[in-house]
Design a protein around this ligand. Structure first.
Ligand code: B3K
Ligand code: ZN
Length: 848
C-alpha cells in the first residue's frame, strides 16, 4: 500500500454546494440515492476530472446534469473525465446499493443489534456513497430516511416526517466524516437546555427499551458540558436538537457527528449497581468531549487528516479542563499524567513514535493515537502556560472568529496565537513536528545566597527522525526552605536552548527545588534525588502534583531496589506513605493515588531506561512484596481508613464520594495481601454498588481466590452486556502470571464470548495485553494466543485488530527469548495472506 503524505496536499478541484441523500433502508440491500451539487473550485483552476471516493458500493446509476454517465470504476472510487463534465457547476446523481448487515468492520453504515447506525470518521462515508471523502470538502446536507423502524435520525434539525420516512436538514456545512444516520427501535430519555441567548434545545439520549433508567448521569453531564462551554469558552449550541444514541457494537468510545453523537453504550449507560466510579467519570468526560467537538471539530474542522490534533488535542484539552472544574484539579492532573505516561510515553519511546502532527500514513485510522490526542492536549497546555490565561482566551476567541466554517491547519492555529499575543511560535512548532519525549537533566549549584539550576534537554531519535533540535520547554519551578516554607512560589522558566541556566538570588539558605510543577511539560525529568529529599517534598511540597510525584518516584526507587534483588523494602518510604495515608487534611482521592503502586509496565520501562532487562515475573513479585510490606507495617491505619471511608446511604457518583471509595479500595488492595481475602470477601458480599463489588472481586482474584464470587457475579449480571464485559476483563487482568493465558483461553470458549463485539473482544484480549506478567509469561503462550485472535478478527474488523496490535509495541525492552517469540508472532501476522492494510501497517512498523 502507498503512503499518503502531508507534503502532497492539494485542495479538491470542486466545491460541493449541497448534498441530498435518500436512504431506503434494508438490512442487506440498502439503496442510497445521492444528489450532489459541484462547482469548480477557484483554488484549482483549469479543467479537472471528477474523482469520487467509494468502496464496496454497487453502482446502479450515475448521471451528470440528468444525463447518464459511465464513470471509470476501481476498488477505491470512480472518475468522470474532465471531457465529460460541463464547464461550470453541475449536479451529480447516483444510486448505489450497500449491505449494512454484512458490514462487520463497523465503518460506514452497519447494523448493531437490529439498529442501523453509521461511523464515518475517518473515511467511512465512502462506504455509503460516492463522494469526495476528505475533511476539507464541506457542504450542507439534507437527508431523507425511508424505513418502517420507529426512530429515524440524522444530523441537524428534523424538518419533515410521515409514516415510514423522516427528513433532516443540517444547515451547517460539514465534511462527510461528520455525517450520521440512525434507525431503530429506540426510546428517548429527554430534557431541554436553554442556551445563553435564550434558545431552547431539545436533548435526547436514545437507547434500547429497558435502558432508560441508566441515562441520567449522561444527560446531567451533557447539560453541564453545554453550560460550561458557554461560560468558559463563550460557545453556544447551534441547532434545535442534540441527539445522542447508545450503540453496543462500536470500534471506539464515541463520535461527534453534527447534532447526532453516537456512543459506545458503555459510555452512556450507568447506574450505581452497574457502573464503577471510573465509568461515571469517563462518561462525564466523553460526553463533554464529544459535545465540545461541536465547536472544535465540527464548526472548525481539519483541512486534512494530518491536522487531526487540531481538533483532538484541543478537544481533549477542553474535556480535561471541564473534568478538573467539575471534580478536583490536582487529582485530574495526576490521572491525566498517569494516562499520558502509560500510553503516550510508551508509544513515543517505541517503534510507533510519531509527531503530534504526522507527515505520512498508510491507514489514517492508525493515527488516532495517544500522541495525537493526549500529547496533542499537553502541547496546548504548554501554549496556555506560555501565553497566560488571558492570552489563551484571546487566541481562542480569535480562532473561533477567524476560522468558523473552515477546515484549518496547525499553521492556522499557531498563527492565531501569534496574532493574539505577539509571540513568535516558530520554535514551539517543533512540538507538533518532532516525535519523541525530551529528557531533561538538572544540575544544581549553590553559592553565596544564589541558587542555579542548569537544565539540559535531549530527545532520543525516533523512527525517521535521528537528530532533534531543542524545544521550548516551560518548566514550572518553586523553591522551598529546608523548614518546608515556600520561598519562591511557582514560576515558569522558559527553556529554549539545549542547555540553559536559571539563577535565583538572595536566598537565606540553600533551597529544595520543586521542578516541573503540575507536570508543566510532557518530558521525562531524569534526576537523581536522594530519598530524603523526595520524602521532604512528599511531606511539604505545596504543589499537589509534585507532592504526589515525589511519593511516586520514591516508590519507584524502592521497587527498583527490590525487583530481582530481594532487598528489604525501605522503612522510611513506608513511614512517609503512612503519613500521607493518615493526613486527613488531604483529599481522599489524592491519598488513594499516593497509595497506588507504579504499574508493572511502567516499572519495566523504568528498568529498561536504566539499562537493565526487565523480568516481568520479578517485577510482579517485587510489587507484591512491597505491597505486603506496606500492609504489614501500616496495618492499623489502613484498617482504620478502610472503615472510615465507607460511604453508607444512597450512592452518589460525585467526586467526593468517589474519592472515599477510591481510598477505601486502595487500602483494601494492600490489606488483601495479609488478611487472606477476608475483607474483600465481606465487601463483595455486602456491596450495593459496582465500584466496591468490582474492586472486591479484583482483590479476590489477585489473591488467587474468588471462584465462588466469580460465579455469583456472573449469575447476577449475565443479562447485562456491559457488566459481563467487566466479568471477562477482571478475571484475565488479575490472573497470576502463569494463569493469565490459560484463563483467557478458557474464557474464549465461553458461550458469552461474542468476539465480534469490540467491547467483548477488548475485555478479554485487552485484559491479557494489560496483564504485564501474564502477557510476557516465559512460555510465550500468551503471545501466541493473542496473535491467533488478532488474525481471527482482522478479516472482520481491521480497525480494532490494528489498534490491539500495540500490545506488542514494547517488544524491544525484553530478553532475547521474549524478543524472538514476539517477533515471530509479528512475522506470522505480517505474512498472512489478505491481511488488512490497517494491521499490516501496524505490525510492520512495530517490528521495524
Ligand atoms: N473523533 C472520534 C474518533 C474517530 C476514530 C476513527 N477511527 C471520537 C473522538 O475523538 O471524539
Ligand atoms: Zn475527539
Amino acid at each position: 500500500p502507498q503512503p499518503t503524505l502531508l507534503a502532497d496536499y492539494r485542495p479538491y478541484p470542486f466545491d460541493v454546494t449541497g448534498v441530498e441523500l435518500t436512504f431506503r433502508l434494508s438490512p442487506e440491500a440498502t439503496r442510497v440515492v445521492a444528489r450532489i451539487g459541484f462547482a469548480p473550485n477557484p483554488a484549482r483552476p483549469g479543467r479537472n476530472d471528477l474523482r469520487l471516493d467509494g468502496e464496496k458500493l454497487k453502482l446502479h446509476s450515475a448521471k451528470i446534469d440528468s444525463k447518464p454517465v459511465k464513470p471509470d470504476q476501481d476498488a477505491e472510487g470512480l472518475t468522470v473525465p474532465a471531457s465529460q463534465l460541463p464547464d461550470g457547476p453541475f449536479t451529480w446523481d447516483a444510486e448505489v446499493e450497500i449491505d449494512p448487515k454484512g458490514n462487520t468492520a463497523l465503518e460506514g453504515l452497519y447494523m448493531s443489534g437490529g439498529i442501523y447506525c453509521t461511523q464515518c470518521e475517518a473515511e467511512g462515508f465512502r462506504k455509503i456513497t460516492y463522494y469526495p471523502d476528505r475533511p476539507d470538502v464541506m457542504a450542507p446536507f439534507k437527508v431523507r430516511i425511508e424505513s418502517d423502524l420507529p426512530v429515524l435520525l440524522s444530523n441537524g434539525n428534523p424538518t419533515a416526517k410521515g409514516k415510514g420516512w423522516a427528513e433532516w436538514t443540517d444547515p451547517w456545512p460539514k465534511p462527510a466524516y461528520l455525517f450520521a444516520l440512525v434507525a431503530g427501535d429506540l426510546v428517548a430519555v429527554s430534557d431541554t437546555f436553554t442556551t445563553m441567548s435564550g434558545k431552547t434545545v431539545d436533548l435526547n439520549i436514545w437507547v434500547r427499551e429497558g435502558d432508560e433508567d441508566r441515562c441520567a448521569y449522561a444527560m446531567d453531564s451533557l447539560i453541564r458540558s453545554m453550560k460550561w462551554d458557554e461560560e468558559v469558552y463563550g460557545r453556544e449550541y447551534d441547532l434545535d436538537v442534540f441527539n445522542i444514541v447508545a450503540i453496543d457494537d462500536f470500534n471506539m468510545g464515541a463520535m461527534e457527528n453534527k447534532g447526532l453523537n453516537i456512543f459506545n453504550s458503555k459510555l452512556v449507560l450507568a447506574s450505581p449497581e452497574t457502573a464503577t466510579d471510573g465509568d461515571f467519570e469517563r462518561i462525564e468526560g466523553v460526553i463533554a468531549h464529544e459535545y465540545f467537538h461541536n465547536w472544535t471539530g465540527d464548526r472548525i474542522t481539519c483541512r486534512d487528516w494530518f491536522q487531526l490534533c487540531l481538533k483532538e488535542g484541543l478537544t481533549v484539552f477542553r474535556d480535561q479542563q471541564f473534568t478538573s472544574d467539575m471534580r478536583s484539579e490536582p487529582v485530574k492532573r495526576i490521572e491525566d499524567v498517569l494516562t499520558l505516561r502509560a500510553r503516550q510515553f510508551r508509544e513515543d519511546m517505541g517503534p510507533l513514535a510519531h509527531p503530534v502532527r504526522p507527515e505520512s500514513y498508510i491507514e489514517i485510522n492508525n493515527f488516532y493515537t495517544a500522541t495525537v490526542y493526549e500529547k496533542g492536549a499537553e502541547v496546548i497546555g504548554m501554549l496556555k502556560r506560555l501565553v497566560g490565561d488571558d492570552g489563551y482566551r484571546k487566541a481562542l476567541d480569535l480562532y473561533f472568529e477567524r476560522h468558523d466554517g473552515e477546515a484549518a491547519t496547525i499553521e492556522d492555529w499557531l498563527m492565531v496565537f501569534e496574532d493574539a499575543t505577539g509571540r513568535d511560535l516558530t520554535q514551539f512548532k517543533r512540538w507538533y513536528t518532532d516525535a519523541g519525549t525530551p529528557r531533561l537533566t538538572v544540575a544544581e549549584d549553590w553559592s553565596d545566597g544564589s541558587f542555579t539550576l542548569t537544565f539540559t534537554q535531549k530527545t532520543p531519535p525516533t523512527p525517521g527522525q535521528d537528530k532533534k533540535k531543542p524545544r521550548v520547554i516551560p518548566i514550572a519551578v518553586g523553591l522551598l526552605n529546608p523548614n518546608g516554607d515556600e520561598v519562591v512560589p511557582t514560576m515558569i522558566l522558559e527553556m529554549t536552548k539545549a542547555t540553559q541556566s536559571f539563577r535565583f538570588e538572595e536566598l537565606a539558605s540553600r533551597p529544595v527545588p520543586s521542578i516541573l510543577r503540575g507536570f508543566s511539560a510532557p518530558v521525562v525529568l531524569d534526576r537523581d534525588v536522594p530519598a530524603e529529599e523526595r520524602a521532604f517534598l512528599l511531606a511539604h511540597d505545596t504543589d499537589p502534583f509534585n507532592k504526589w510525584e515525589s511519593g511516586r518516584a520514591l516508590a519507584k526507587d524502592v521497587l527498583v531496589s527490590m525487583i530481582g534483588k530481594d532487598e528489604a523494602p525501605s522503612q522510611s518510604f513506608i513511614d512517609a506513605l503512612g503519613r500521607v495515608l493518615t493526613n486527613d487534611s488531604l483529599d481522599p482521592a489524592f491519598r488513594a493515588l499516593c497509595l497506588r503502586m507504579p504499574s508493572e509496565d511502567d516499572l519495566a520501562q523504568t528498568l529498561h531506561d536504566a539499562g537493565q532487562v526487565p523480568d516481568p515475573e520479578a517485577i510482579h513479585a517485587g510489587r507484591g512484596a512491597l505491597s505486603k510490606a506496606i500492609a504489614r507495617s501500616l496495618q492499623k491505619p489502613l484498617v482504620a481508613t478502610y472503615d472510615a471511608m465507607a460511604t453508607p446511604g444512597e450512592f452518589a457518583p460525585d467526586a467526593t464520594s468517589a474519592g472515599k471509595r477510591a481510598l477505601r479500595l486502595a487500602c483494601l488492595w494492600l490489606l488483601n495481601h495479609i488478611d487472606n481475602g477476608t475483607r474483600a470477601a465481606a465487601l463483595f458480599a455486602s456491596a450495593d454498588n459496582m465500584t466496591e463489588s468490582h474492586g472486591a472481586l479484583a482483590c479476590l482474584i489477585e489473591g488467587g481466590r474468588g471462584t465462588r464470587e466469580i460465579g455469583a457475579f456472573y449469575e447476577r449480571w449475565k443479562d447485562n452486556r456491559l457488566v459481563i464485559d467487566k466479568w471477562f476483563m477482571v478475571q484475565v487482568l488479575h490472573a497470576a502470571p502463569k494463569d493469565a493465558a490459560p484463563t483467557a483461553e478458557r474464557l474464549a470458549e465461553h458461550p458469552d464470548f461474542e468476539w465480534t463485539n469490540p467491547n467483548r473482544f477488548r475485555a478479554l484480549l485487552g485484559a491479557l495485553g494489560a496483564n504485564h506478567a501474564g502477557f510476557h509469561e516465559t512460555s510465550g503462550r500468551a503471545y501466541r494466543f493473542y496473535a491467533d485472535w488478532l488474525l481471527k478478527l482482522d478479516p472482520l474488523n481491521p480497525q480494532t485488530t490494528a489498534r490491539m496490535s500495540t500490545a506488542f509495541e514494547t517488544w524491544s525492552r525484553y530478553d532475547v527469548d521474549r524478543k524472538s517469540m514476539i517477533r515471530a508472532e509479528l512475522d506470522r501476522i505480517a505474512a498472512t495472506e489478505g491481511l488488512s492494510r490497517d494491521t499490516y501497517e501496524m505490525v510492520t512498523r512495530i517490528r521495524a
